[in-house]
Design a protein around this ligand. Sequence first.
Ligand code: PGA
Length: 249
Amino acid sequence: MRSKIVAGNWKMNKNRTETEALLAELSAKLPDTNAEVMVAPPYVNLGEAVRYLDDSIIAVIAQNMHFAESGAYTGEISADMLLDIGVDTAIIGHSERRAYFGETDAILAKKVAFALEKNIRTMFCFGEELEDRKSGNHFNVVADQLKNALFSLDASAWKNIVLAYEPVWAIGTGETASPEQAQEMHAFIRKTITDRYDANVAGNVSILYGGSVKPGNANEIFSKPDVDGGLIGGASLVADDFIAIIKAI
Ligand code: PGA
């Protein structure tokens, strides 16, 4: 079901003590909200975060997961391991995974399919590079990313999918897509899903925007009709900034 979501991707930041401190501050300052609030600490602190947020509306989600059930995959984490510690949502396909760890659309299709089979809600990230936008190819790139990783799924699988459109040129750069650019792409994404499935599937999926969302621009971006929230990197590491972004939704 389509819902408002604010998710913080902590990436490779915050040790155990810092994790507790940030969660304590977020918990203390969390406003009343209808939005789903999520945080994605690094793997080693997921269990700790789940325990810490036991009574909280803040959900703990994973930054990644592997496509195999178990086995000889040194350094990887399985769906069952996440479920076992109480994590039932995973970010899949973040542009940093694609750029630095060789995650292709084909790998991501396997990850998404396996996550959904395991009933893990999938926050699928995608978005074009700067050259794609400059050359006017950004709609094609985004449509291909969706098609390659998601369009083999049955319509019923989509109830467990959240999309995060993150133009690579806006991630960690301080440069944000304008609210109009975000809306234009989100509307295009919904149309692409309508064409492949139907208006019901497209209308029920939450589409988050990610890329340098800050307290100063969140309001305007979230005011757009096809933007259902944000995936927040840098600003999610500072409690007051993340809280301000939650208030903006
Ligand atoms: P940023 O990161 O907010 O620091 O740009 C967003 C993301 O990578 O999800």
